[in-house]
Design a protein around this ligand. Structure first.
Ligand code: PMP
Length: 354
């Protein structure tokens, strides 16, 4: 740390993203990316857009907003696009939290939430998950704070039902409730349809997972137009050109190819069922995941040890050191072939190395 680092930032512990190693080619199952390439339409549109990079991107994302409003059946002023959904989540902490309306979220959830809270100088409280790693909905009923819930939750993959989400939104009318639906396409019910009913609901989604565009950085929020206006105030005070031209064009391409997205989602779900069944045969226990990953532990092998042994064999999964979940690993669902390699390596490890 230099002596110039602001006193305000000295205690900040930054988010630690999953490894993106360049040393060798891994079977990469550690950051919940899609194993499939983006839609050809997305690639084509992005290439075309690259030809006019001398001009700034459209800060209003006009054409992309128009396309999403048609596909999702929402009004244009109920949409905000951002640089990944990380950015809209950060904006939400900046826009809707303060000393009184501080942030609340589960103790085990997306690791960026506490960092966003710190970065925006807002207090937060972490509400423990139940012993079975599910969210106790009653903890959030009339909590009267700014609620952040990932649905499905990460890294557990466990989803709440739409009725449960609605009860949380409904019981906190004086606070914004943010539902982070990064993984919703893989098995949970979206709360997007509720934005016309509740003025305090912000639903965030991403193109990083089901639309295979993690590297493009495209996320968005859906909410009542007044919440979107608040988020725009933060956006225009930060980075008006937050979505670059190629990404914007790729987004339009991807939204023109929803059938491709649907097929990939179905394949991921099939591969998830296959992987879960194989892991169970090997003695693993796991949460009931509605996401593009499995969260599993084995009684005979320590979570970190399994992660390290697999890494040595060229298979990368994600281990978290947090005490309550250190026995587990989070395994992204890849292609069938990738999952077969994973299972084969785990079998060998269980047979010979533990
Ligand atoms: N929410 C959750 C729960 C996530 O796990 C992630 C990242 N994997 C994000 C949001 C942000 O994703 P992105 O910025 O790529 O849209």
């Amino acid at each position: 740390m230099s002596r110039f680092f602001s006193a305000r930032r000295r205690t900040l512990k930054p988010y630690v993203p999953g490894e993106q190693p360049r040393d060798m080619k891994y079977v990469k199952l550690n950051t919940n990316e899609s194993p499939f390439p983006p839609s050809e339409k997305a690639v084509k549109e992005a290439c075309k857009a690259a030809e006019s990079l001398e001009l700034y991107s459209d800060p209003e994302c006009t054409l992309l907003v128009k396309k999403l409003s048609e596909v999702y059946g929402v009004n244009r002023d109920e949409i905000l696009f951002t640089n990944g959904s990380d950015e809209i989540l950060n904006f939400a902490f900046a826009a809707f939290c303060d000393e009184e309306n501080y942030a609340v979220f589960p103790d085990i959830t997306y690791g960026f939430y506490p960092v966003f809270a710190e970065m925006n100088n807002v207090p937060y409280a972490e509400i423990p998950l139940k012993d079975d790693l599910t969210i106790d909905v009653s903890d959030y009923i009339s909590v009267n704070k700014t609620v952040f819930i990932a649905n499905p939750n990460a890294p557990t993959g466990i989803a709440l039902g739409l009725d449960e989400i609605e009860s949380i939104v409904k019981s906190n009318p004086d606070n914004a409730v943010i539902i982070d639906e990064a993984y919703v396409d893989f098995g949970a019910e979206s709360a997007a349809g509720l934005i016309h009913k509740y003025k305090n609901l912000l639903v965030t989604q991403t193109f990083s997972k089901s639309r295979s565009m993690a590297g493009a950085r495209l996320g968005f929020g859906l909410a009542d137009k007044e919440l979107i206006a608040d988020l725009n105030t933060v956006k225009y005070s930060t980075n008006p050109y937050n979505v670059n031209k190629m990404t914007m064009a790729a987004g339009i391409g991807a939204l023109s190819d929803e059938e491709y997205t649907r097929i990939n989602i179905e394949t991921v779900k099939e591969n998830r069922a296959f992987t879960a069944a194989e892991l169970k045969k090997l003695g693993f226990e796991m949460t009931d995941s509605s996401a593009n990953f499995i969260f599993a532990k084995h009684p005979a092998v320590d979570g970190e040890k399994l992660y390290l042994l697999l890494k040595k064999r060229g298979v990368l999964i994600r281990h978290f050191t947090l005490d309550r979940i250190k026995d587990y690993n989070r395994i992204t669902i890849g292609t069938k072939e990738q999952m077969q390699i994973l299972i084969k390596n785990i079998k060998e490890i269980l047979d010979t190395e533990v």
